[in-house]
Design a protein around this ligand. Structure first.
Ligand code: GLC
Ligand code: CA
Length: 480
């Protein structure tokens, strides 16, 4: 179970590093940056979809599950990335999109129209990206279901042919050495196809209804397949639910479903001690015995965390990163998180048709103060760049690297909340104490004994603490 000790790093390939001067990040560009990722100490990469796609939804509308997007390179480039990553002890996860394909996928165009969801009369269901969830198809004289954009018809998972094809897809990539998949909207993959109007009134209540037992059964089948491999392949699900108990169900009652289910309540939380602590405690209680939490602050769908929950205050971003990297569970860093990168601008017109605000969290990775080679989106703040932060011993980047290093020592130690005053969140992991002061007033945490291993402002590193730890406003430390 290598992923329990791992730090995952999410790469939005299109924005990370360009190797051939076309302004679009690609696999060779990413391969050329592996030394950096090795230095940072991450154990696995999750790449946003790398498959050929017309890009109605930037790769999430897949037109060939067995290939590589021509913008990103070739299958040989992907194989090379995997080989080079493995040489550095880094595994590669891809992004599987089973809920829908592109309308331009040959299955939808001609080959397997019966693999999609059709209706003679539309229901009142709504698409996640707004508008009705049904689109008219002239050729069939019927409506097809699309949970997202009309260019993304939903697959019908009650069709045995779809199941068999995706097992082939999983094996194809696992056989090539891909370490696992992040699975897109996994919690809604199998639909309840009793085509009846939704009674609910809210947007969410009118999303196409899910066949819950069917979805769990499908995940179990994928897990059995993943477990056939050595080492077992990792399934990380985009379980986009806001209830921690519901999230926990995707690990499977017998730990036979996803090995990791993304924790969206945590991602949606504000940077308040009581709120974060509540979600973490709830998660610790809700997860089945054998399950392992996964924590993330940013991804390609949300405003970057330093902007969203830290008010652009770097001290707060440091506290958030310290907490992320010191919790029990697998942390996922979104590229740029390690620099404290903020949300970038939204171009006019936006490139993301579905949700324009997402452009700003997908801006080019700033490698140095010069404008990045990636130009498909405008840049965010270039002053927060890798080269500058490498040079600066007090940088956010160095803090992240040191925390990743320290994490290994905390290993599997359980999480145990330490009771504190308001605004403070503190916990023990084995012999270590982790504390963040998420308030504007100085605070004390006790009892704490040991040496400050890493502090957010770095000035406290090495300090001996006996009895009580004083924390300045918006600061934190790991003591052990
Ligand atoms: C997931 C992805 C998002 C995409 C959507 C449709 O939520 O994270 O980027 O737009 O699914 O595939
Ligand atoms: Ca390129």
């Amino acid at each position: 179970m290598w992923w329990r000790d791992a730090v995952l790093y999410q790469v939005y390939v299109r924005s990370f590093a360009d190797s051939n001067g076309d302004g679009i990040g690609d696999l060779a560009g990413l391969t050329a940056r592996l030394d950096y990722l090795e230095w940072l100490g991450v154990d696995a990469l999750w790449l946003n979809p790398t498959f050929p796609s017309p890009d109605a939804d930037w790769g999430y509308d897949v037109s060939d599950y067995y290939g590589v997007h021509p913008d990103f390179g070739t299958l040989a480039d992907l194989d090379r990335l995997v080989t080079e990553a493995v040489r550095r002890g880094i595994r590669v996860l891809l992004d599987l999109v089973p809920n829908h394909t592109s309308e331009r996928h040959p299955w939808f165009r001609v080959e397997h129209r019966d693999w999609y969801v059709w209706a003679d009369e539309p229901t009142n269901w709504r698409a996640v990206f707004g508008g009705p969830a049904w689109a008219w198809d002239e050729r069939e004289g019927r409506w097809y279901l699309h949970s997202f954009l009309p260019e993304m018809p939903d697959l019908n998972w009650h069709e045995p042919g779809v199941r068999a094809e995706f097992e082939r897809i999983l094996r194809f990539w696992f056989d090539r050495g891909v370490a696992g998949f992040r699975i897109d909207v996994v919690h809604r993959t199998v639909k309840d196809l009793r085509l009846r109007d939704a009674a609910g009134r809210g947007r969410v209540q009118r999303f196409p209804p899910t066949d819950v037992p069917g979805t769990h059964e499908l995940i179990r089948a994928w897990r059995r397949l993943a477990d056939e491999y050595e080492p077992p392949r990792l399934l990380v699900g985009e379980t986009y639910v806001l209830d921690v108990h519901e999230m926990a169900t995707f690990y499977g009652a017998d730990a036979d479903e996803l090995q990791l289910a993304f924790n969206f309540p945590f991602l949606h939380a504000s940077l308040r001690a009581a709120e974060l602590r509540r979600i973490v405690e709830l998660t610790e209680r809700a997860l089945p015995e054998a399950a392992w939490p996964v924590w993330t602050l940013s991804n390609h769908d949300h405003v970057r965390f330093p902007t969203r929950i830290c008010d652009g205050d770097e001290r707060r971003a440091r506290c958030a990163l310290l907490a992320l990297l010191a919790l029990r569970g697998t942390p996922v860093l979104y590229y740029g998180d390690e620099l404290g990168l903020e949300q970038g601008p939204t171009p006019e017109p936006p490139l993301d048709r579905a949700r324009p605000s997402r452009d700003g969290c997908r801006t080019p990775m700033p490698w140095d103060e010069r404008p990045p080679a990636v130009t498909w989106l405008p840049n965010g703040d270039l002053s927060r760049n890798v080269a500058a932060q490498l040079k600066d011993p007090d940088s956010v980047l160095r803090l992240c690297r040191d925390l990743i290093g320290l994490r290994r020592e905390l290993a599997a130690a359980p999480y145990e909340t330490l009771s504190t005053g308001p605004g403070i969140w503190a916990w023990r992991r084995g012999g270590a104490t982790v504390a963040v002061n998420l308030s504007a007033r100085p605070a004390h945490v006790r009892p704490v004994e040991g040496v400050v291993r890493v502090s957010t402002d770095r000035s406290r590193d090495g300090e001996h603490v006996s009895g009580r730890l004083r924390l300045e406003p918006w600061s934190g430390a790991v003591v052990g």
